[in-house]
Design a protein around this ligand. Structure first.
Ligand SMILES: *Cc1c(COP(=O)(O)O)cnc(C)c1O
Length: 424
């Protein structure tokens, strides 16, 4: 078994055309059309010389020859299901390289641990995904890493002022953002953050900009093209897309991803072959699914905005063109995606009445799957944020978060309408 060497058919560059075949050769597996699951912990070397050469490259003991590939050694280092998946996933973001993990949190934790050490500072947007928030505020601070948070929607001037005010001790090594923010869909300007990272960099300290692109990527937002260094995914969401797998990924320049992959090897946070195989299955329909979900969401957002029991809709597709957020949306997003949050008229009681009467839409956290899901951020996904901070972020008891699936949009709207009608 040779290591896969990506070679797209001449002239084909659209990722959706390449997801079924790219970077896999049926000759490697008895002519199997689909890449099999390489359920093996270790790989046999042809001879001792080959084993020696693979280790020299894997451990950086000498420079890799121009036509030399890193061979397969052991599934914690590399495995065909992961390598082929990484090659395919890179195409959507136009990334040089990718490394996949057994969860989004594994991708986030491993990437942050690659770039941060005691005494460093991380600057991040708020609110963040709950797991990331906990990791940064409880685990990184325990390692003497200083944390500075800024509100999603803050201007460059406000962010720089905040840094000036609070950055006495540490040295900023990373700017970490999530856009659009969860659950409020507030946009963070990626290009502006790249400028800030550049401005804070010195000749021997390049500040890395990392973007959690789970909500709109990899179809509708490409942060690397706006100056980000690293793109991170919970592949559990849109990339997996069927709510049946937990996975993550980090993408960027070859030299950056090499560093992250080395840390992945020693933390052992790589994805397993089954996960790799499932995600390859998912990538074949990624564009179909995300396009259908987005089209459904556009209709549903309009429906919600016109419903008398709905006070406010938070959706990138319905931002007022006068709002400064609109310019950011136009600049960095190809579509509004399929995550909608909205405020009901009322509070927790009304929100629960609504959620308890949904039939087609399931009451569950997570997002990006083929089925529509609804949840109550204030008491579920964001319940570990104190009330005062929740309020600062715009997370209230009347807010519902909706992940729109691929069902017939009329059926989704009927379900919403019936459940809204039960609110007293
Ligand atoms: C779900 C999620 C994560 C965490 O990913 P897991 O796969 O659950 O570990 C990180 N960021 C965002 C934005 C998410 O939605």
């Amino acid at each position: 078994m040779k290591k896969p060497k990506p070679s797209p058919p001449a002239g084909i560059t659209n990722p959706e055309s390449l997801m079924m075949s790219y970077a896999y050769n049926p000759e490697w597996s008895e002519g199997a059309l689909k890449c099999p699951i390489f359920q093996t912990s270790t790989f046999v070397f042809k001879n001792a010389e080959e084993g020696k050469a693979f280790f020299e490259i894997a451990y950086g003991l000498r420079k890799q020859g121009r036509h030399e590939n890193l061979g397969l050694i052991y599934s914690r280092l590399n495995n065909p299901d992961l390598e082929i998946l990484e090659n395919r996933l890179s195409l959507w973001d136009g990334a040089e390289s990718c490394t996949v993990f057994e969860s989004g949190m594994a991708a986030i934790a491993t990437t942050l641990m690659t770039y941060l050490k005691p005494g460093d500072t991380i600057l991040h947007s708020d609110p963040l995904y709950g797991g990331t928030d906990y990791f940064i505020k409880h685990i990184l601070t325990g390692l003497n890493i200083q944390v500075i948070g800024f509100n999603a929607g803050a201007t460059k001037k406000e962010i720089l002022q905040l840094v000036k005010k609070s950055n006495g001790k540490g040295k900023i090594k990373m700017l970490y953002i999530e856009t659009p923010a969860n659950p409020t869909n507030v946009m963070v300007d990626i290009g502006m953050c790249a400028e800030i990272a550049e401005q804070m960099s010195t000749s021997n300290n390049k500040v890395k900009l990392a973007v959690d692109n789970t909500f709109l990527g990899p179809l509708w937002q490409h942060p690397l093209k706006h100056g980000a260094d690293l793109v991170i995914y919970s592949a559990t969401k849109f990339i997996g897309g069927h709510s049946d797998v937990i996975a993550g990924a980090c993408l960027g320049k070859k030299e950056d991803i090499q560093l992250v992959r080395a840390v992945r090897t020693f933390f052992g946070t790589m994805a397993g072959p089954w996960t790799g195989w499932l995600l390859m299955r998912s990538l074949e329909t990624l564009k179909l699914r995300m396009t259908c979900q987005m089209k459904n969401a556009v209709q549903i957002a309009d429906f919600l905005a016109s419903h008398p029991k709905v006070e406010k809709v938070y959706f990138p597709g319905t931002i007022d063109p006068q709002d400064p957020q609109y310019e950011i949306y136009k600049k960095q997003c190809f579509s509004p995606g399929s995550m909608i949050s909205f405020d009901l008229r009322g509070g927790e009681k009304e929100a629960f009445q609504f959620l308890n009467h949904l039939k087609l839409i399931k009451l569950a956290v997570s997002l990006g799957g083929t089925e529509s899901l609804a949840e109550h951020p204030a008491t579920m996904t964001h319940s570990d944020i104190d009330k005062k901070t929740q309020k600062k972020f715009g997370i209230t008891d009347k807010m519902i978060r909706l992940s729109v699936g691929v069902e017939n949009p009329n059926d989704i709207m009927d379900d919403l309408k019936t459940a809204l009608g039960t609110i007293q």
